[in-house]
Structure formats: C-alpha cells, structure tokens
Design a protein around this ligand. Structure first.
Ligand code: 5GP
Ligand code: MG
Length: 468
C-alpha cells in the first residue's frame, strides 16, 4: 500500500456569490494563503452544472499566470486549494481540488488535514468498484462523500454520512455541480476554517487573512464538527452538528506557533498575539543577560518582540531575509537544506557585531536552521548567542503537525537539551514549556492538540472497515 500523503498544512478557500466573479476572488484568496502550501495550486468552478478545474505544480502566481486564470470561465461558486506535501508526495495527481464524478452529479473537494483512516476507506471503496488516480487522502474523502451523496440522494445528508466515517484532521470545502458550497470541520477542530460575508455572498477560508484581503468581513469560525451549506450567496444551513466527539483534542497548537499568518485570527485568538505571548513566556522562563534580541525571520519575529518587551532588552534586526528564495525546510537532502538556509538568511553584521544576542525562533525540528544561524551570527562577530524557542521540543512524529516522517529526524528525540545546545553551537538554549505555550494561547476558544510534544493520543484510527 502507498504511504499516506499528508496534507496538514494546505490551504482551502471557497466562495458562493450572487455575482459571476468566484474564480478571480478564489485566486486572490489563494494568494493570501500561499504560506500554507507552495507545491501546487488549483481552482475548481461550477458552471452550468459542470465543474471545471485547473491545477498544477507551482505557486499560485505561476499556476494562474498570464491567461491561465482566464482559461477558467467565471461562475458563482468556486473552491481553491494550495498544497504542502512531504518529500515524494508532490506529484501533480495529488494536487487539489479533486473533482469526483458520480452517477447523478459531481463535486469538487479541497482538503486541509490528514485523514488517518484513508487507506481503509480507499480499500473499501475499491472493493465497491471505485478507482483512484492519486495517492492522496483528499481524493479518498471526495470519493466517499460522492458515494454517500449518491446513496442518500441528498447532498447535505451524503456529506453528513461520509464525514461521520472520516477520522483524523479535515477542514473541507466542497463545491457541487448544483452550485452549493459546503464547509466541514472535523470534530476535533485540528485545522482552522472560518466564514466571511460581504454584499455579494460568502467566503470560507483556512485563515481569516484571506477573508480580509478579498473584502469579506469575518463572520465566525466553523465550529468543530460543524457542516455549513451555502447556496446562491446565502447560508442555507449551519445547524448541522455532526458526529459525536469521540475525543476532543482541539486545534493543532502549531497553527499558532508557526503555520498560520500573524494577521489571522483563529478561534478567537489573534496569531500575532499568541506568538507575542509566547515570547513573553520565554522571557519569564529563560531570562538571560544580553544586549539585543533578534527574531529569526519570519515566524520568530513576533515572539522576539514579546521577549524584548518583557525583558527590556532592545529588539534589533539580526538578519536580512531573501524573499525570493523558496522554503529551506522541505528540500530532500541535508546539503541542499544547508545551502538554502544560508541563501535565505544573511546576518546583519552592523547590528550584531560585538553583541550578546538572544535569538528567538519558532521551532527546532532537525536542528538545521538553528545551527546555521547561530554559526552565521558568530561569524559576523556576535560574542554570545542565546537561543530561545517558542515551541517545546518536538519528540513525536505528528501526522497533524510538522511534516517530519520519522522520529529519528527529530533532534530532540536523539539528544537532551544540553547536547542540542552544543550541537547548534549556542551559549544557552531554552524551549518554552508546554504550560507556558498553552497559557500564551489561552484566549483561543478551543482546546489544543499538543501530541507532537507530549505523545498523548496519537492514534485516531477507526477500527471500522465498512463505510456505509
Ligand atoms: P529545522 O531547521 O530545525 O529542521 O527546522 C526549524 C525551522 O523550520 C524553523 O525555522 C521553523 O520556522 C521551520 N519549520 C518548522 N516546522 C516546519 C514545517 O512543518 N514546515 C516548514 N516548511 N518549516 C517548518
Ligand atoms: Mg523559520
């Protein structure tokens, strides 16, 4: 069986409008959500009971460059997806949205999350004669939903039935050939999903920053376990609270630490505030005598501000980030990752020479980034580098969090904190405590999943092997 392909940090977006501009708006929405996935992008639009889809590998601006956006007709209902894949899974067939045809209609599905029982569902659907083009769990979800829509002869009932069989993390946005837009968030609420409104209709997005950019007023988050149906630019039903909560772990806390954009508000808490609070907590937990505080661009910057405010040590830019190079984290080999980090972050000698630096980053996963940037600060004359990290040590592979496929690759799994400090060349090292992290995010309306730090409750596989 193929290894499951994880889609935890993808973005989904969808609109249901009273005007024919769904494709253009969806493209803008995806641009605002680009940080959640850079491997592939796609848009599916409903036009006269048909669904037309354009998707390809690449950034949103590349996939929809020139007249490629115009190759899709305009419509009133559209959905979009950007994909973040792990090594090996980034092939075109796995990019979203997935269009699934069934006996009486068709749907397009965009998914963020990881469906843990996708292999069992795929086997069962295959046994029922369905075929699959991709290895993605998102395609499996789309097929199961289509199967149950056909059986129930009703879109909402079909989605309710199918979603009840899915386990794991799923924020779904579905467009139907009948011009309905459906939003679904799993009962734990692992991944974010929110709704916005303006005078032309509704939008659903992974993060509120996309609503802002597209001119929709934030209405609310989709609740864990909720299904919302939007039709002709109106909410048709939102009282459907599905399946029972068999566990309630809540939002992946790494959304606040790293995944989301700081200008988004998730489940009532601003991502900026959460990160700032993490920096405050770090200053309380690991104070140090130093001259300047520097954040690692981009996702360490807000926590660095919090650390600086709480400690009274001035905040200074320690690096210039090259905006035009890609992500260093996802390169397959260590030597490629090393070069990429150096290309991306160049130390600002004028600011750090002769200084004792507190260096704040959001996470240490393999340890590649920290080692490189500690070395580079020292190479331009920093006298001491004190590393502070706004997430606790990553000890467990998490299929709902970071894209590490094996625990051997997690530095905190191989070494204790003192050895990590030595290995990255820092003069001291402090990771935020789980308590401090939860406290920093305590204004969120949901509980959190912290399984990658604690190992608690990693298995959410269903024992079931019949899905009807
Ligand atoms: P390391 O270099 O230790 O392997 O990874 C830590 C760095 O990668 C941090 O700077 C953090 O911002 C970033 N990072 C952490 N988790 C992820 C992830 O899941 N995906 C990507 N692309 N970057 C990550
Ligand atoms: Mg980073």
């Amino acid at each position: 069986m193929e290894a499951p392909k994880l889609n935890e940090k993808c973005a989904v977006f969808g609109v249901s409008l009273r005007t024919d501009e769904a494709v253009g708006i969806t493209c803008n929405g995806l641009l605002a959500l680009q940080h959640r996935g850079q491997e592939s992008a796609g848009i599916a639009v409903v036009r006269q009971n048909k669904i037309l889809c354009h998707k390809d590998m690449g950034l949103v601006g590349e996939v929809f460059s020139g007249d490629k956006l115009g190759s899709l007709p305009e419509g009133r209902t559209a959905i979009g997806h950007t994909r973040y894949s792990t090594t090996g899974g980034n092939v075109q067939e796995n990019s979203g949205p997935f269009v699934t045809e069934y006996l009486t209609g068709r749907i397009a599905t965009a998914h963020n999350g990881n469906i843990s029982n996708a292999p069992e569902i795929r086997d069962w659907l295959r046994g029922n004669g369905l075929q699959f083009n991709a290895t993605s769990d998102s395609e499996v979800a789309s097929s199961l939903i289509a199967y149950h829509i056909t059986k129930e002869r009703d879109i909402l009932q079909g989605v309710v039935k199918a979603a009840g069989f899915l386990r794991g993390a799923f924020s779904l946005v579905i467009a139907t050939g009948k011009d309905k837009l459906v939003a679904v968030r799993d009962p734990n609420g692992f991944r974010p999903l929110c709704i916005g409104r303006n005078e032309t209709g509704y939008a659903v997005a992974s993060e509120s920053c996309a609503l802002d950019v597209c001119g929709f007023e934030f209405l609310r988050d989709v609740a864990p376990g909720e299904i919302v149906v939007i039709e002709k630019g109106e909410i048709a039903s939102h009282e459907v609270m599905l399946f029972q909560k068999e566990e309630s772990r809540g939002l992946c806390i790494f959304e606040y630490v790293y995944f989301a954009r700081p200008d988004s508000v998730i489940d009532g808490l601003s991502v900026y505030d959460a990160r700032y609070n993490m920096g405050v907590a770090l200053a309380e937990e690991y104070p140090v005598d130093a001259d300047i505080v520097c954040g690692v661009p981009d996702s360490g910057l807000e926590a660095a501000s919090g650390y600086s405010m709480k400690s009274g040590i001035p905040l200074v830019s320690g690096f210039v980030k090259n905006r035009y190079v890609g992500r260093s984290f996802i390169y397959p080999t260590q030597s490629q990752r090393d070069i990429a980090v150096r290309q991306k972050l160049n130390p600002l000698a004028a600011n750090v020479k002769g200084k004792r630096v507190v260096l704040v980053d959001d996470s240490i996963v393999r340890g590649t980034t920290s080692k490189k940037i500690v070395d580079s600060l020292k190479s331009v004359g920093a006298t001491e580098v004190h590393m502070r990290v706004s997430s606790p040590p990553f000890l467990y592979t998490c299929h709902y969090g970071t894209d590490i496929d094996s625990e051997e690759n997690l530095i905190a799994n191989k070494m204790d904190i003192e050895r990590i400090q030595g290995s990255i060349g820092a003069d001291s090292l402090g990771y935020i405590s789980i308590k401090g992290l939860k406290q920093a995010c305590s204004k969120s309306s949901l509980d959190f999943c912290t399984a990658c730090f604690t190992g608690n409750g990693l298995s959410v596989r269903a024992k079931k092997d019949v899905f009807e």
